[in-house]
Structure formats: structure tokens, C-alpha cells
Design a protein around this ligand. Structure first.
Ligand SMILES: Nc1ncnc2c1ncn2[C@@H]1O[C@H](COP(=O)(O)OP(=O)(O)OP(=O)(O)O)[C@@H](O)[C@H]1O
Ligand SMILES: [Mg+2]
Length: 247
């Protein structure tokens, strides 16, 4: 199985006050393989978003290497194959989903009738086709999340990176997102997602990593890891790994 993402010794700090730094990722090693739905789990502040932002080139790192499809993560060749759904997205409030997706599609070299067709199909898939000509200004949190996902999958990326994709969604929205992720995996795509929603992660992920304080405590096939800690549930495994109480 091909390695899609390989991260070695990734170390990231944020400036914190005068000559001080906050270590957010502490020599992290991690691999994501082709076809996996890889769940990045961890408590608030564990470093999940920092990790994801480093992979997509939004923040610099002072030590380590990141490769995607065997290329440097910062190369255009690698970036062209990646779809990224940020944890927080602020789209221009005076634009409509159709206009926003046109803009993002053009960044990926998509044009004309082909782009319009992809936009219609993607908005249908994420369940906001009825809102495609409405200003984003009036969008609910869940509708914004759906648009955020649409932006990430519009160019049919081979590697999809989703930071908290279930956040802000109602139960139907969660099912929709789960189905979209499953469909993409069935089509051979690789997915890396971060989530606080352990029940969602348990339903969809086949590989998990628990992070704490900027380190990957362990990663591997979910069933194997959960079995190592008594085999009850992902929640139980999570609590045992991060040093919380048993469920
Ligand atoms: N822009 C920033 N400036 C300074 N410190 C930051 C910044 N962003 C994150 N941090 C710190 O880095 C650490 C990791 O934060 P990060 O957002 O990556 O965690 P997370 O696992 O995504 O958390 P959450 O589950 O709350 O989304 C935290 O201690 C956080 O306070
Ligand atoms: Mg986060």
C-alpha cells in the first residue's frame, strides 16, 4: 500500500510573548497510507489543527519533513492533489456559494462549463444546492460547514484533509458528511480527518491516531488499537490513552 503522507520529526512552535515560544508539535512522526480514513483524535490544544496547517503549508515548521505522494508537501505537484477543509472558514459574506466555488475552482485550474457542472454536482452532494445563489451572509453554521466541505472536494482531490468536518452539523448533516467521506474512500481517495466526535470517528475511520501535547501517542488500525486497551470502544481507548477516566 502506497504511503500518501509521511511526516517525520515535525516540530512547530508559536511565539508567545517576549522571546518565549509555545511548543505545539513535539517531534511528531506519522504516516497515512493509500485508501485509509485516518482519524486524528486528541483533546483541545493537542495540536491537531497545527499538524493539519503544517501539512497544507499554512504555517511553517522549524524542524522535520513532510511529504505527500512522495513530493515535498510545499510543492505544487503535491498541493494539486490535496483538498483541505479548514476548522474555521470565513468566506466573503457578499458572495454566493456558486461564486465562491467558481473562485476556488479557478485556483485549481478549472474553467467554463466543466467547472459549472462540478459546482452544481458538488453543491447537490453537500446538500446546499437550493442555496447556491444566496449570499453567504445569511448562512447558518451548518450551511457554512457544508460549503466548506464543498470547497475541499470540488476538484476531486486524491487526498482529502478535513479539520473537524462534523462540527456544527445536525444529525442529518453528519450522515451526509459520513456518506461523502465513505464514497470518496470507495473511489480510492485517502482521507485524514480530525475530530472530537469519537462516535463519528468510530463509525467512519479505519485508522486512528491519538495526539496529546503535540505528540502522537500511538497510531494504527482502529480495531487493533482498541483491542489492545480492552476492546470496548473508541471512547474507552481514547480516555485510556490521554489519561482520563474509563467510560
Ligand atoms: N496562532 C497561535 N498562536 C499561539 N499559540 C497557538 C496558536 N494556534 C494554536 N496555538 C497553541 O498550540 C497548541 C495546539 O493548538 P491546536 O489548535 O493545534 O490544537 P487542536 O488539537 O486543534 O485543538 P482543538 O481540539 O481545540 O481544535 C495549543 O496549546 C494552542 O494554544
Ligand atoms: Mg483544532
Amino acid at each position: 500500500m502506497a504511503t500518501i503522507l509521511k511526516v517525520s520529526d515535525l516540530t512547530v512552535s508559536y511565539p508567545q510573548g517576549f522571546k518565549r515560544e509555545k511548543l505545539a508539535l513535539d517531534g511528531l512522526d506519522l504516516e497515512v497510507n493509500e485508501g485509509e480514513i485516518f482519524g486524528l483524535l486528541g483533546p483541545n490544544g493537542a495540536g491537531k489543527t497545527t499538524f493539519i496547517k503544517s501539512i497544507v503549508g499554512l504555517i511553517g515548521f522549524k524542524k522535520g519533513t513532510i511529504s505527500i505522494f512522495g513530493e515535498s508537501a510545499l510543492s505544487l505537484k503535491a498541493k494539486a492533489k490535496v483538498g483541505y477543509m479548514p476548522e474555521i472558514a470565513n468566506y466573503y459574506w457578499f458572495m454566493t456559494p456558486k461564486e465562491i466555488l467558481k473562485m476556488f475552482g479557478s485556483f485549481c485550474g478549472m474553467r467554463g462549463a466543466g467547472l459549472n457542472k462540478e459546482i452544481d454536482e458538488t453543491l447537490e452532494l453537500v446538500g446546499i444546492s437550493g442555496e447556491k445563489d444566496r449570499l453567504v451572509k445569511g448562512f447558518s453554521k451548518g450551511m457554512q460547514s457544508r460549503l466548506n466541505l464543498a470547497q475541499a472536494i470540488l476538484h476531486d482531490p486524491d487526498f482529502l484533509i478535513l479539520d473537524e468536518p462534523f462540527s456544527g452539523l445536525d444529525p442529518l448533516g453528519r450522515i451526509d458528511v459520513r456518506n461523502i467521506i465513505s464514497q470518496m474512500a470507495k473511489r480510492g481517495k485517502t482521507i485524514l480527518l480530525s475530530s472530537h466526535e469519537l462516535s463519528e470517528a468510530e463509525l467512519i475511520c479505519n485508522t486512528v491516531c491519538v495526539m496529546k501535547a503535540g505528540r502522537a501517542l500511538k497510531f494504527g488500525p482502529m480495531e487493533k488499537l482498541v483491542a489492545e486497551k480492552g476492546g470496548h470502544s473508541l471512547e474507552n481507548y481514547f480516555l485510556k490513552m490521554i489519561g482520563g477516566h474509563d467510560a
